[in-house]
Every structure is written in C-alpha cells, then in structure tokens.
Design a protein around this ligand. Structure first.
Ligand SMILES: Nc1ncnc2c1ncn2[C@@H]1O[C@H](COP(=O)(O)OP(=O)(O)OP(=O)(O)O)[C@@H](O)[C@H]1O
Ligand SMILES: [Mg+2]
Length: 224
C-alpha cells in the first residue's frame, strides 16, 4: 500500500487583515509519498510559504485535515506539536531565522539542545556539515557577522542537523550567490529518495529532481 507522509484534504485557509478576509486555500488536496521529492512553484503571494507553514503545523487550517506521518496535526496540542515537529521536520525558512545572540555553530546545534539530545553526539556531524557548506571558518561568528549566503547555508545546515525524515525548504537558493545555490542543489540531489522533501523553488536545476510539481492557484493546488 502506498504510504503518504503528508496528506492534506479539504483544507481551507484564510488570513484576516483587520476585517478583510484573505482566502489562500479554499479546497486544498495534497499528498506526498514517503521519500518523494515534491516541488512547489508559482507567483509571489499565491500561498507557497503558507503551504509549508500548514504542513509544519506552524499555522492552523480553518477547516479540513492535515496528516503528517500519520499524525493529525489538528488533534495535537501546542506542546506535542512542537515536540513532533522538532523530531521529524527540518525547515528552511524563506527568511532564514537564526537566533541573533547565538553563534553559527550554536544555531546549528539548537535543535539538538531543544530536543534534549547530547550535543557531544552531534558535534562531529555539525563539523562535517559546516565543512561541506563552507561554514567552518564562521562557526564562532554571530549571524550579523556573516554574509547572506553564509546565513542561508547555516539555516540549511540547522534543518539537517537531526537528519529529519521530512525536509521543507522554502526558496533557500533565491537571491544567493552561485556557491550557495550549488551547495544546496547538490545536497538536495544527494538527499533525493532518502527523505520526504518538499521544496519551493524556481531553479531550473531543481526541476528534474521533482517526482511531482504543484502550483497554488484559485485556492487549490494544481499539478503541473
Ligand atoms: N500572517 C498573515 N496574515 C495575513 N496575510 C498573510 C499572512 N501570511 C501570509 N499572508 C498573505 O497570504 C498570501 C500568501 O502568502 P505566502 O507567503 O504563502 O505567499 P508565497 O507564495 O510564499 O509568496 P512569495 O513567493 O512572495 O514568497 C499573501 O497575499 C500574503 O500577504
Ligand atoms: Mg514565500
């Protein structure tokens, strides 16, 4: 039987700006098979980042259901959702999001600390990833002291540190230098088939990796 890691059915999602209701999804249906590579593209404002936030349980649906690894996100309380998310999902946010008072290395090891694992066990993995992503010389720098590319690469490494089975990547390569683009594309190529991956991207090099491609349009997801 096909196992879906992500199953979204009849999802409605809207935001309120004051009294104005903005409907993003009116009838969303979306499935991702285990270890598949899914690509999401589409114009600015169409709902790509909102889709990622819904899958991660960072924003709630108005109605409908979202199951991730057989967990009904709506049935979970905030705490169990946070634990579930930290154990299973690596997220690379569009805006980066590193903690400004922590060094690059501390930021990368933050998921280890938050899930109460032994930092010592992840030291080598963190060092290897920092080398692979050309960050090792910046490990003691603060986020404000590194370049935009280094910042984004650190955000990517942080999403990988716990080796999560589900990886959500929101435009990690846009506005980045060639080196950052390439190292991220190479990593996604290496991870294809080994994790369930959902990537928002408009990179032509990422397109051939995709097992399925969707565009949010008219409140649903259209398969390309
Ligand atoms: N918290 C919020 N409150 C109100 N409106 C929001 C909120 N988050 C997103 N929106 C609106 O929802 C729409 C979809 O936003 P989203 O960030 O998902 O778009 P996107 O497809 O990722 O765009 P981009 O390519 O620019 O990143 C936008 O019109 C945005 O202004
Ligand atoms: Mg976005």
């Amino acid at each position: 039987m096909v196992h879906y890691v992500i199953e979204m059915k009849d999802v409605e999602k809207s935001f309120f700006l004051g009294t104005e209701r903005i409907n993003i999804f009116t009838d969303l249906f979306y499935q991702c098979r285990e270890n598949s590579f899914s690509l999401i593209k589409g114009p600015s404002g169409c709902g790509k980042s909102t889709l990622i936030a819904l899958i991660a349980g960072l924003t709630l649906v108005n109605s409908g259901s979202i199951r991730v690894f057989d967990h009904d996100l709506h049935a979970m309380n905030t705490e169990s959702l946070a634990i579930f998310r930290s154990m299973t999902i690596g997220i690379v946010f569009q805006m980066g999001h590193l903690i400004s008072s922590l060094t690059i290395k501390e930021n990368i090891l933050l998921p280890v600390v938050l899930t109460e694992r032994d930092e010592y066990d992840y030291e080598q993995r963190a060092n290897n990833l920092m080398k692979e992503f050309s960050l090792i010389h910046r490990k003691n720098s603060l986020p404000r002291q590194v370049s935009g590319g280094e910042f984004q690469r650190a955000a990517f490494v942080r999403a990988l540190i716990l080796d999560p089975p589900l990886l959500l990547v929101d435009e990690a390569t846009s506005n980045q230098d060639q080196k950052t683009r390439q190292v991220i594309i190479d990593k996604l190529t290496e991870l294809k088939g080994k994790k369930t991956i959902v990537v928002i991207s408009h990179e032509p090099e990422i397109e051939p990796l995709a097992d399925q491609t969707h565009i949010p349009i008219h409140g649903c997801l259209q398969q390309k």
